[in-house]
Design a binder for this molecule. Structure first.
Ligand code: FAD
Length: 462
């Protein structure tokens, strides 16, 4: 049972994780204050609108993987702004031999696709007969895939897929921590293919939907609609432009106080509980005093590669490819500079001023080619349009350009990530009332962040 003092809660970080947990707790009559470092909320989520063009700065969509996503959208009254991805967005392309080839969606198209050679196809048939790896070993994703599916799948399916999700390196990412569902399928069913079939019933029972089957969603005004609705719901309880840098616990009053480096600000408190929903490198640099024990300094080692997102708008007639799908991913062994491109105006309505225009959102950088993420606009644009021309065919210049740089884009759940998770759990159990949330703890997708926020709100409220 929470005391009145426990009901005063500080939430540090106004990204989707912090805003969601704050909004949920406020609905349960907690006195919540959100502290956000920047002038606006949203963190990695933000949308630019300009004369009918729409460009997402970070994520372009979220997946309906659990009931929590619908509960949030319903609760915020956002159903009338909700957009479902067009059915054709199920189609995805992977570049091989300089051409975007369709990823097979059925067993028959898998047999005939030129994306994988006959050796790779035969190798897949062996998968159900390969025993599970050692449950205790923290294996890299690349090692896991080579072992179960073979080298060609790693190069032409998993490598580009990992770039699309983490902008990361499969040789470094941990199968267990970065893709826990995949790891669990192997451990539980002994095979990914068998687990895919046998696990379906279990997922249905738990209300979870696998990411590859989940409905893909956004809003008429982009994902900023979600952030705007959360900000409205929390109106008056968000303190912007406030970078916090430390916390103190006072035993006499049984309360936490938060501090900033700004000597003109005295600090904030008292709070019965503190939810930290910022980033790993930020909390690692915090100073803790009073009755707070332990530190989170080791989280500074969590790697966040840079990613730059480039949204370009064209006349429909200036792009030769039909853009009849979600987008294309580029495997590392293909000779291109970009990581991949979303056919954004093909996924959702309202991303370009008219049906005679299209938008393409391209990502560069990541662990694969970090140097491209920091190029100046003038140096970057020809690299991006050069690759797009080679792969999709361009006959004109972009009419609309939006470039967003994320110097620290996405935390990499690399092999050994368990020690960071343990450090966070230890810190929480040593300091009752402190909670750690966010994409460096419970999964990087927007839906993972929302789910974790619901679970934390439920744990706090009981
Ligand atoms: C380019 C890009 C594309 C992506 N694409 C997708 C996608 O298609 N689908 C998908 O599901 N996910 C995608 N993601 C991942 C997803 O967007 C993020 O993991 C998620 O939005 C993170 O939310 P968060 O609230 O945990 O953290 P953040 O969004 O990082 O928010 C943390 C907030 O805390 C604030 N903060 C930090 N330190 C302090 C402090 N000391 N004091 C006060 N405030 C502080 C920050 O300013 C920030 O606003 C993408 C991410 C990027 C960068």
């Amino acid at each position: 049972m929470n005391t009145e003092a426990d009901r005063r809660i500080a939430v540090v970080g106004g990204g989707i994780s912090g805003l969601t947990v704050a909004w949920l707790l406020q609905r349960k009559n907690y006195h919540v204050t959100v502290f956000e470092l920047r002038d606006g909320a949203g963190g990695s989520i933000g949308t630019d609108l300009d004369n009918g063009w729409l460009a997402e700065k970070g994520p372009n969509s979220l997946l309906l993987t659990s009931r929590y996503i619908s509960e949030l959208i319903d609760g915020l009254g956002l159903n009338d702004r909700l957009l479902h991805a067009r059915p054709e967005a199920k189609k995805r392309f992977i570049v091989r031999g300089g051409r975007p080839l369709q990823l097979p969606l059925s067993a028959l198209s898998f047999l005939t696709t030129p994306l994988f050679g006959s050796g790779a196809k035969l190798r897949l048939l062996r998968e159900p007969f390969i025993g599970p790896g050692d449950a205790e070993t923290d294996e890299s994703l690349a090692g896991f895939v080579r072992r179960r599916l073979g080298r060609e799948f790693l190069d032409y399916a998993i490598n580009p897929f990992v770039s699309g999700v983490y902008a990361g390196d499969p040789e470094k990412l941990s199968a267990r921590h970065a893709f826990p569902k995949l790891h669990n399928l192997e451990q539980k069913y002994g095979s990914l293919i068998r687990g895919q079939f046998l696990g379906a019933r279990e997922r249905k029972k738990s209300g979870e939907v696998a990411k590859d089957r989940a409905a893909m969603l956004s809003f008429r005004g982009g994902l900023a609609d979600l952030i705007g609705a959360l900000e409205n719901g929390l109106a008056g309880n968000i303190t912007y432009a406030t970078p916090l840098s430390g916390a103190r616990y006072e035993r006499e009053s049984n309360s936490y106080y938060l501090t900033t480096d700004d000597s003109s600000k005295t600090g904030f408190g008292p709070f019965g509980q503190v939810i930290y929903a910022g980033s790993a490198h930020d909390i690692a640099a915090w100073s803790f005093s009073g009755g707070i024990t332990g530190s989170l300094k080791e989280l500074a080692d969590i790697h966040y590669p840079p990613v730059t997102s480039v949204t370009l708008g064209f006349r429909r007639s200036d792009v030769r490819h039909p853009l009849d799908g979600f987008g294309m991913l580029v495997p590392e062994i293909e000779p291109y500079r970009i990581l991949g491109t979303l056919f954004t105006s093909s996924i959702f309505d309202g991303r370009a001023p008219s049906p005679d225009h299209v938008t393409l959102t391209t990502y560069v950088g990541g662990t694969r080619k970090p140097e491209y993420a920091s190029l100046s606009d003038d140096d970057l644009l020809p690299q991006v349009t050069g690759d797009l021309d080679a792969l999709l065919g361009l006959d004109g210049e972009p009419l609309f350009i939006r470039i967003t740089r994320w110097p620290r884009a996405i935390p990499q759940y690399n092999v050994g990530y368990g020690r960071y998770k343990e450090a966070m759990s230890r810190f929480e159990s040593d300091n009752a009332g402190i909670h750690i949330l966010g994409n460096f703890r419970n999964g990087i997708s927007v839906s993972d962040c929302i789910k974790a926020a619901f679970e934390l709100a439920e744990a706090i409220h009981g």
